[in-house]
Ligand binder design. Sequence first.
Ligand code: SAH
Length: 275
Amino acid sequence: MTAESKATPEAVARHYDYITPFYEIIASRSLHFGYWPPGETGGSFAEAQQRFTGLMIKLLGSQKGHHVLDVGCGLGEPATRLAQSTGCRVEGITISPRQAAQAERWASLHEMSGQTTFRCGDAMALPFAAGSFDAAWALESIFHMPDRATVLRELARVLHPGGRLLVADIVLSDKTTPEDRAFLQNAFVARSFISAEDYPYLIRDTGFEVEQVLDVTGNVMTTFDALASAVQGKEAEVRRAYSDEFLAAIQEQWARIAETAKRCMGYVVITAKRR
Ligand code: SAH
């Protein structure tokens, strides 16, 4: 079941260029959900985002000298931390030219320019030769892209056999109504969502062996409350950068996403190996 989505690559790039200053004010340079250990809901949103990146780095298992691709690298914070903490070399690709420049600056600020490269490009046609990477991750980026299978086949092409893939993605259950789907697609500027059950088949069909499908839904859902808290005290700054209407609209949207998410949205982290 697919509803028409307005998320063209150009629209996705425009969305991020517009919304980024807001997330920089209230959180960090990472553009993904936060992660809380089972039973915990405390701490700031930015801390929870860093915890999530830490978990992804652990699951990817890359080491010094590895060449890693970050598909949908955002502002370069996860890639820079991955390079810093493991010693691997990371290439990031984003559909927004502005983000590529911001990521370059972030890496340079952290003296990681020697180990990282960022460029603007489309994941549907990766600008890399076959077998050029030891590992790749797509952190909350694949739902924006025109076709998951095409992107995954591209990832299989640029990874060498045995190379690890990690995908972190929002999933929707069979309780999702057409209205829920249309609302979430619009809210996340997503092209499409699939279910957790469909993921292993898709990953297998595109050239990988599935290692694990980790359901972290319960670990990431505090994100909406944490975002609401993150705004507190920053309202004036947000209003200066945007408008009164912007803040009210985004808070209303979060509340509706949180309500919809409880009913039908999940979050999975999949690790796989290129065959
Ligand atoms: N992984 C980063 C950013 C997530 S935001 C983080 O966790 O912080 C989603 C990212 O996907 C953005 O960088 C956006 O530019 C990128 N993206 C979306 N569609 C894309 C496409 N077709 N090709 C390449 N990157 C894309």
